[in-house]
Design a protein around this ligand. Structure first.
Ligand SMILES: Cc1ncc(COP(=O)(O)O)c(C=O)c1O
Length: 349
């Protein structure tokens, strides 16, 4: 287990400016692995990303205002330990993904068309964000996408294109369409504006409960975790991954993003094969604790959320509670982000 200890300082300097360079894909198959090194070294390829800052999260909060719900905070305790639950699964679309998509689409020049590739929460977030901003959107999904998810994306007003059996094939078709049409492609996590948008979740937490000293989130490609590191005013970010989907944990150990295998009950949300360059450029120097949990821990935590609180979430959203129950969360008063509820799971009668 690779737990990086919190730094003593509680608040961080929020005045650092963004560095602006072109971003690049990191999760597509053609992404190359940089040479090995330690976490503090400077990597050539990561120097070419624009690193978002806390100020970008403040700007994102202004852009998102009126389009996203300020989700409730529940003050409670679990196994006698005080904690807060951020009920982000009550967000429009059922996950935080709407925030990053909205911020990306509302920043820069207004696009005439929007494209993304995702059959999951990100696709639904982009479809809904585009509709909120009056923009036409096309969402590419693999042919294997569950019908319920495809229907929700279409109901959100997007054109759905089913293409290929793998995510990589579907994403490649989406990028071809961008090259043909000049549409704005919205990344799932490897984009500074998406990261800043996701950071508005933690920003709401620390504005409402400044005594919170650790914000606990699940990690896929790292957008939510990186945004949390920026939005939580220097508190600890606890980044939780299943053992079978641990691209951040492995990147921290290697000192750089590396390709990883994916196999977990939460893979549909947390199954990025490689941490994004943009999130990693934030997380490698953040006040971060990286925690791994088992699939059994995640399922037990999801059941606990239902049994104790009558909260129904998808497996990814139970990962923070799994880490807390396992005793792996630092801090006096942690806040667990329940990040999504897009599941077909229903409690038995
Ligand atoms: C419910 C849920 N939680 C967490 C994540 C991980 O987010 P990120 O890729 O920003 O790390 C996702 C990604 O799709 C998600 O849908």
């Amino acid at each position: 287990m690779l737990d990086r200890q919190p730094r003593p300082t509680r608040r961080r300097d929020r005045t650092l400016a963004s560095r602006t360079f072109p971003t690049r894909e990191s999760h597509l198959p053609d992404a190359r692995v940089a040479p090995s090194g330690i976490a503090s070294r400077t990597f050539g390829r990561l120097d070419h990303v624009r690193v978002p800052t806390a100020i970008d999260v403040d700007t994102a909060a202004i852009r998102c205002h009126g389009h996203v719900r300020h989700t409730p905070l529940l003050r409670t305790e679990v196994n006698g330990r005080p904690c807060l639950l951020k009920l982000e699964h009550l967000q429009r679309t059922g996950s935080f993904k709407l925030r990053g998509a909205l911020n990306a689409l509302a920043s820069g020049e207004r696009p005439t068309q929007v494209i993304t590739a995702s059959g999951g929460n990100h696709g639904l977030g982009v479809a809904t964000a585009a509709k909120s901003l009056g923009l036409p959107a096309t969402v590419y999904v693999p042919e294997t996408v569950p019908e319920a998810k495809a229907r929700r994306i279409e109901e959100a007003g997007a054109t759905l294109v089913r293409h290929g059996v793998s995510y990589a094939e579907c994403a490649s078709a989406a990028h071809d369409a961008v090259a043909r049409t000049g549409a704005r492609y919205v990344e799932a996590y490897n984009d500074p504006d998406v990261v800043a948008g996701q950071g508005t979740v933690a920003r709401e937490v620390v504005r409402e409960a400044p005594e919170v000293d650790a914000v606990v989130v699940a990690v896929g490609g790292g957008g939510l975790a990186a945004g949390t590191a920026l939005g939580s005013d220097g508190g600890t970010t606890v980044a939780v991954e299943p053992h079978g989907c641990s691209c951040l944990h492995q990147a921290l150990a290697a000192g750089e993003p590396v390709d990883t295998d994916v196999d977990s009950i939460a893979a549909s949300a947390l199954g990025a094969t490689r941490i994004g360059d943009v999130p990693f450029s934030v997380l490698r120097s953040a006040n971060l604790t990286s925690v791994l949990v088992t699939d059994d821990d995640i399922l037990a935590a999801r059941d606990l959320l239902w049994e104790e609180f009558r909260l129904a979430v998808e497996p990814a959203a139970a990962a923070p509670l799994a880490a807390l129950v396992a005793g792996r969360v630092p801090g006096e008063l942690p806040c667990l982000v329940l990040c999504g509820a897009n599941t077909t799971w229903t409690p038995s009668a």
